[in-house]
Design a protein around this ligand. Structure first.
Ligand code: AQP
Length: 337
């Protein structure tokens, strides 16, 4: 099984990225051939400062490695190191119905939150589909927000194959039946961990770099504390039961505490006796317990930029070999020598 996924270097990575996606990346590196990349072309939609773009790309690579990604098991690379992705993006775009992009949830949400509706943001799902299809991925571990994008990638792969592969039958995409040809573009499947499908940010919206509501994995300790202490709550008194479990603080505790500790929180949350301040302290402790070892690795790796670059170059070479193979077939199919 080939596994592929990426994270945008559009800001410092956060616990939503970790629980929604990167934790699975690390688990899956032992279960198949894994390709993980830093989506630095995608990040240009929001990062318009060249120095910062480079710094965030390196930071995302360090984050992957600090969280346990092993470059001997998985291929780790920068999206921009494999230029074929931009070529496939264009070719694929020629079969993409504009109406699909107009109903993309992620695009609509971002525009509704005030992010500029530039072409890059609009066409984001096409580049994402190219990212996936270029490496013939079977499974794409993602958070819930990305499921629609994977469905688009499947639909567009079918459109491309139907158009350009003689003997292709969408009902038999791998060409297992006699007389059918396999598609050039393989159909991927989303791999979502339901329990952590959407991690809330400190304001209750989806945790997102562009909403400024994140808990950064390797942020300044003072900042983490300040952010945890500012998680949105109501003003229920300390001794009273909390009116709802539909609250970001409750969800974050559920996500980060071991089950037995969370059971205690759940009991007092519903029966009363503890205040939001106590729960925030508990969350801060859990944050440190969970991420301190990775934070130490992050500091060590950061001190050796040569080694990081070597890992990325090696990953780029391995990823390029795959991309070249696929693009040869795509170019031939569409008539571009
Ligand atoms: N809050 C979240 N809950 C669960 N999963 C999440 N992911 C991101 N936020 C959450 C998952 O992390 C992977 C990488 O995401 P990304 O950085 O490439 O893009 P994103 O989903 O758009 O993340 P952000 O923080 O919201 O970035 P910006 O603001 O720059 O667009 C994906 O698998 C995603 O599902």
């Amino acid at each position: 099984m080939r596994i592929l996924s990426g994270v945008q270097s559009s800001g410092r990575l956060h616990i939503g990225n970790y629980y929604g996606a990167m934790r699975q990346f690390v688990q899956l590196q032992d279960q198949g051939e894994a390709y993980y990349f830093i989506a630095n072309y995608h990040a240009l939609n929001t990062v318009r400062d060249p120095k910062l773009a480079q710094e965030l790309t390196r930071d995302a690579a360090l984050t992957y490695l600090s969280l346990g990604l092993d470059p001997k098991k998985a291929v780790l690379f920068r999206q921009s190191d494999v230029k074929e992705v931009a070529e496939l993006y264009w070719i694929l775009g020629t079969v993409v119905p504009q109406s699909n992009l107009e109903r993309a949830h992620s695009y609509k949400d971002k525009v509704a939150q005030g992010i500029s509706p530039d072409f890059g943001l609009f066409a984001y799902p096409v580049l994402m589909a190219a990212d996936i299809l270029l490496y013939s991925a079977d499974a794409v571990p993602v958070g819930k927000d990305q499921i629609q994008h994977i469905e688009f990638a499947r639909d567009w792969a079918v459109k491309f194959n139907t158009q350009y592969v003689p003997g292709y039958d969408p009902a038999d995409p791998e060409g297992k039946e006699r007389g059918h040809a396999p598609g050039i573009l393989k159909l991927p499947a989303a791999h979502v961990q339901e329990s952590t499908a959407t991690v809330p940010g400190i304001d209750g919206r989806k945790m997102s770099k562009s909403y400024g509501n994140t808990l950064e994995l390797f942020g300044e300790e003072k900042d983490i504390k300040k952010r945890i202490m500012s998680i949105k709550t109501d003003s229920t008194p300390v001794e009273a039961p909390k009116p709802t479990t539909d609250a970001p603080l409750y969800d974050l505790l559920k996500l980060m505490l071991p089950a037995s500790e969370f059971a205690e929180v759940d009991a007092t949350w519903k029966a009363g006796g503890k205040g939001y301040g106590d729960y925030k302290k508990k969350l801060l402790e859990a944050f440190h317990t969970t991420f301190t070892p990775a934070r130490q690795r992050y500091a060590e790796l950061r001190a050796d930029p040569g080694e990081l670059e070597r890992i990325l170059q090696d990953g780029a070479q391995r990823a390029r070999a795959e991309a070249t193979r696929l693009m040869d077939q795509v170019r031939k199919a569409v008539g571009i020598p």
